[in-house]
Ligand binder design. Sequence first.
Ligand code: FES
Length: 316
Amino acid sequence: MNDKVRTYHNITIVNEEASFLISSDDSILKASLKKEIPFCCECGGRARCSTCRILVISGEEHLSEANTAEKNVQRYFGLADNVRLACQTYVKGGSVKIKRIMNDESDYPLYLRNKIMGNENIGKEMRLCLLFMDIRNFTPFVEHHLAFDVIHVVRKLFYHFEEIIKEHGGRIVETAGDGLYAAFGFDQNAKESANNAVDAVSEMFKALEQLNETYFKKYFDQQIEVGVGAHLGKVAAGDLLLHGNPHQLVMGYPVNVAARIQDLTKKLNNNFIISEEVFMQLRYKPNAVHTVERLKGVEEPFTLYLLGEEFLYQNK
Ligand code: FES
């Protein structure tokens, strides 16, 4: 039998001019959302962001102690003791007065409506294999071809690549000009996602070779080359509603690392480079050259494996 007695206390959120009774069973975030107070809560109340921050104005002694997860966030951001996470904080004693820290007028449509209506996937943390691909020497290509021919070439290439990525359980998250960003592992474990991503790149290189021979060289006098970088890590994946339609978002530090690895493909003169995290998951580990590199904007050095196109043919 649950011997905890539920109690109710008064809470005031000063910048909302809201005052109501809160149950000791509900976090401040949960109770506030029930009252349609548009709290930011990007991680869905799991102490994995800091967007639900509150400033405690009075009644600090009536709040639950910060748990380990909340203390980690407080430490990470160097937050003062009277700054708490609404999703982790409960009112246990008497009245409290708080202020919602992160807020502006766009919070209502952005956070409250979508979550209450249940039409936004607020996202979850996942270990994904992230892949960045870029067409090499794209600027001279654009310079010497008609704009719609350029679009045609990119469209044709990305169409083939998307099919291959989908067949290997991945999704294109973003395309930008001559590049694409894909993620693998939404429904797979880390090992499968890394192996599928590498297999997909192998297929993409083969498709590109064929397209070069039968199409790009033939009709546009152009040999297309790409550089690919891959990394595996924990990211936040969710949806953003744009024009009412869900748009996939995958964000986090590993995404930047994967993009930076791709940037190195030119400098290291190798068109497929993977991080050690991806390499260690491969069932077939090739005898690839590895190097330790500093990535732009990334503090620690990374061990990278230069697979290149050649490996992909040995892989079969
Ligand atoms: S909602 Fe992310 S920490 Fe509270």
